[in-house]
Design a protein around this ligand. Structure first.
Ligand code: CAA
Length: 261
């Protein structure tokens, strides 16, 4: 395990195909201060440039995935500095990963913590997870995607209710509402995330990247535009060796040998 200032990085799964990034700022329940987010962005650059890495897991501790942006850092912040420095703008690095990102959430995922989880491609939760956007209690609003990604994930009425009341929901509710894909005992959560990553690692990285790009488009495009991109990416798979290999293998009743090309 490579221990850094605010996080730890390790390789898990068959052939070290899954990079696990564990947020590690226990004293502040993984509150997301600028240096932590900068370290996370640098770490993502690094793991993504490693060809062995097919998927990335981001997790926290059993008590907290992340309790939000750092309130102590924001306490004396003024509009001028927020605006001129485009505060929080660097956070979207997570949503721009080319490899699939799985958020494995135990404990609190609040405010920026919930927003960070929503920047991932897949969220799975421990039974003890709690999600919410409590910024309203601090006299502010979600600033890292919460007002946009939450309604897309759970619908307008539920997103409004969470953001306007600041109420938290538990893992079961989050799963019923479609925010997370599945719920697990806390101690099994990371293994489950790694096994999803390992499964993805058996596919072609190139095709996985195309599939992820197409699904992500559904978040910010009209249906017509999204369908157009999907069709073009689908057509593009026919320019790859892996598409040919995948179909040959099916017809020949054998496992495909993908080469990411
Ligand atoms: N920022 C800075 N420090 C935080 C923090 C945060 N978001 N959340 C917790 N901490 C710190 C606490 O100040 C405390 O530090 P001290 O020991 O120095 O006092 C330590 O972490 C432990 O926290 P608590 O004592 O509060 O732990 P608890 O178990 O009693 O409560 C909690 C846990 C309910 C998560 C509570 O800590 C809490 O409500 N945290 C704030 C949640 C929040 O409002 N998040 C939204 C932040 S705003 C935002 O994220 C903006 C955005 O859109 C990007």
């Amino acid at each position: 395990v490579d221990k850094r200032e605010y996080l730890m990085v390790e390789r898990r799964g068959a052939n070290d195909c899954v990079a696990v990034i564990t947020l590690n700022r226990p004293k502040a329940l993984n509150a997301l201060c600028d240096p932590l987010m900068e370290e996370l962005a640098r770490t993502l650059d690094e793991v993504e440039s490693d060809d062995k890495v097919a998927a990335i897991v981001i997790t926290g501790s059993e008590k907290a995935f992340a309790a939000g942006a750092d309130i102590k850092q924001m306490q004396d912040l003024k509009f001028t500095k927020c605006y001129s420095g485009n505060f929080l703008s660097g956070w979207d690095r997570v949503s721009r990963c080319k490899r699939p990102v799985i958020a494995a959430v135990n404990g609190y995922a609040l405010g920026g913590g919930c927003e960070l989880a929503m920047m991932a491609d897949i969220i799975i939760a421990g039974e003890n997870a709690k999600f919410g956007q409590p910024e309203i209690n601090l006299g502010t609003i979600p600033g890292a995607g919460g007002t946009q990604r939450l309604p897309r994930a759970i619908g307008k009425s539920r997103a409004m209710q969470l953001c306007l009341t600041g109420d938290l929901i538990d893992a079961k509710q989050a799963c019923d509402w479609g925010l997370v894909s599945s719920v697990h005992p806390p101690e099994k959560l990371l293994d489950e995330a790694v096994s999803i990553g390992e499964k993805i690692a058996t596919k072609s990285k190139l095709i996985v990247q195309m599939c992820k790009e197409a699904i992500n488009k559904s978040y910010d495009a009209s249906l017509t535009e999204g369908l157009h991109l999907e069709k073009r990416l689908f057509h593009s798979t026919f320019a790859t060796n892996d598409r040919k290999e995948g179909m040959d293998a099916f017809v020949e009743k054998r496992k495909p040998n993908f080469t990411d090309s």
